[in-house]
Design a protein around this ligand. Structure first.
Ligand SMILES: [Zn+2]
Length: 518
């Protein structure tokens, strides 16, 4: 099977040649209407099809032929051809299409590109792994940033895939407490309650970020355990004024009371109810552990009462975070119901002991936390409430396998091998649901996550029989297999399973903002 060919382009050139020959042979007759009518009658009478002579069919930048097009919005699951020009889907048809570049997608699924609402790694290294896992839009919404303009400026014209960021409460807190802004706080901002004046500074920082087009507001409450409930409410109030969703890593994990994940979910659902801010709970299963089904039930109930609450998960039994963070303060074993042996040091792959834990706790670094079971992961993935989001970050090839493998792993293991959910359901959680989550604040998201005429040509084309994640906790920097073509804003970034080089079609996903006057 040839997946990529210029055959279509050649055929089109021949058609055009033929048309111009026809046109020139009729040149002497072109003057009067009677003659045209005469020619038409003669041609029709002699069985010659007249349409190609008088009008040429459109010629697209890119056509994708014979693919199994799956669009969760229209629930389409059928063999279709797509015509793409200027980065936009122009036609979806069963008829013949021609274009400058042709992808033969026979036996492949053509899906809207995957939208990852939770991707921390936002550089070239990470984007390559995301692209090879089918992700066309990767957003850093949990931790976010303290400087929205600078964040977008760093990626402009240099990005393989689409990118976007939230205004982060963590960054606002570090700034308010005059700490250098790092990924996660480890000093005062991680540990002490804020004064009223500091809360005012945080509100102002979030407002500034939202004014500059931040997509959402991000929270890592477990990393700031002494942030008061009032402080969190004040941040939700700011988000509500801007119609921005709050992407929250909740205050507590596990099931032990007081301080359970159930209590933590009560906090943020009430914050959403009190303020009107939309709520998105990140990695429900790694926070909830065995309580995950109860948390999902609570979210379903809140939704049935018309609260705007959504959630997400990734398909792994371990999370990962900085060993220096407040998550590993006194009592973590009881919270997660795990011990040192359940922690794996990302840099070396070694499991920890009391001694190595204490050593690394001083230096800091990423550690995998094996706190979940396959049943918990399956319960989260199966729930119709859950989107797929990776929580990924790789640094020089080290990190969690979810960065590179999340989407292929869901499609390979949970759809094909285990049948936990259907292909349509899986793709809905990877495309349409994340787009819907953001489109109130970012109207441009109405043109993502769909295969529709007028939608952005962000597309992922994969082989459902062979799609597989290859990244592991030992070797996280492994490209997934089975993603055959990836298109971002009409440009091919993965071709026949390989990354294209020197292409940067990724664009900013950003809420509308006023251009700076100075
Ligand atoms: Zn988190």
């Amino acid at each position: 099977m040839k997946n990529f060919s210029r055959k279509g382009a050649n055929a089109q050139r021949k058609t055009q040649l033929l048309q111009s020959r026809f046109a020139s042979s009729f040149a002497p007759l072109r003057l009067c209407a009677r003659n045209i009518l005469f020619v038409a009658i003669v041609l029709i009478a002699s069985g010659v099809f007249i349409a190609p002579v008088l009008s040429s069919s459109p010629f697209y930048d890119l056509v994708i032929l014979n693919g199994r097009v799956i669009d969760p919005e229209s629930r389409t699951d059928a063999i279709r051809n797509l015509g793409i020009s200027n980065g936009v889907i122009k036609t979806i048809s069963t008829g013949k299409l021609s274009g400058r570049t042709v992808i033969d997608a026979r036996d492949l699924v053509v899906s809207p590109g995957f939208i990852d609402l939770h991707q921390h790694g936002q550089d070239e290294e990470n984007y390559r792994f995301k692209a090879m896992d089918g992700v066309t839009t990767a957003l850093e919404l949990e931790v976010g940033t303290g400087d929205v303009d600078a964040w977008y400026a760093q990626r402009e014209q240099k990005s393989l895939i689409n990118y976007g960021v939230s205004a982060g409460h963590l960054a606002a807190r570090m700034a308010a407490m005059h700490e250098p802004i790092t990924f996660l706080p480890t000093g005062d901002a991680a540990r002490r309650p804020a004064t009223d004046a500091e809360i005012e500074v945080m509100k102002q920082r979030l407002e500034d970020g939202l004014e500059r087009g931040a997509v959402a507001v991000g929270f890592g409450i477990q990393y700031t355990p002494n942030a008061s409930r009032w402080e969190i409410l004040e941040m939700f109030r700011v988000a509500a004024r801007y119609g921005a969703s709050c992407h929250v890593h909740m205050r507590h994990a596990g099931g032990k009371e007081p301080g359970s994940s159930i209590q933590a979910l009560e906090e943020v659902i009430s914050a959403a109810a009190i303020t009107g801010a939309p709520l998105h709970v990140v990695h429900i299963h790694s926070t909830g552990g065995p309580a995950t089904p109860k948390l999902l039930q609570m979210i379903g109930e809140a939704k049935s009462r018309k609260l705007d609450v959504t959630t997400e998960c990734y398909p792994y039994i371990a999370g990962m975070t900085d060993i220096k963070s407040a998550i590993f303060d006194e009592g973590w074993q009881e919270v997660f119901n795990i011990d040192y042996k359940d922690l794996q040091w990302a840099a070396t792959g070694e499991r920890l002991t009391k001694e190595t834990f204490e050593k690394y706790r001083k230096t800091g670094g990423m550690v995998a936390v094996f706190s979940m079971t396959e049943e918990i992961v399956a319960a989260a993935i199966k729930s119709p409430l859950t989107m797929i989001a990776s929580d990924g970050i790789l640094e020089r090839g080290k990190g969690h396998p979810r960065t590179a493998g999340t989407y292929s792993r869901v499609l390979g293991i949970y759809v094909r091998d285990k049948g936990t959910l259907t292909l349509m359901d899986a793709l809905t959680r990877m495309t349409l649901m994340p787009a819907l989550r953001l489109e109130r604040r970012v109207p441009a998201m109405k043109n993502k996550g769909r295969i529709r005429v007028g939608a952005d040509a962000d597309l992922t084309i994969f082989d459902p029989r062979s799609i597989t994640d290859k990244s592991t906790f030992q070797e996280p920097a492994q490209y997934s297999e089975g993603i055959r073509f990836v298109v971002v804003n009409g440009a091919m970034i993965v071709k026949e399973g390989r990354l294209e080089s020197n292409v940067y079609p990724g664009r900013a996903v950003r809420a509308p903002f006023r251009p700076k006057t100075n």
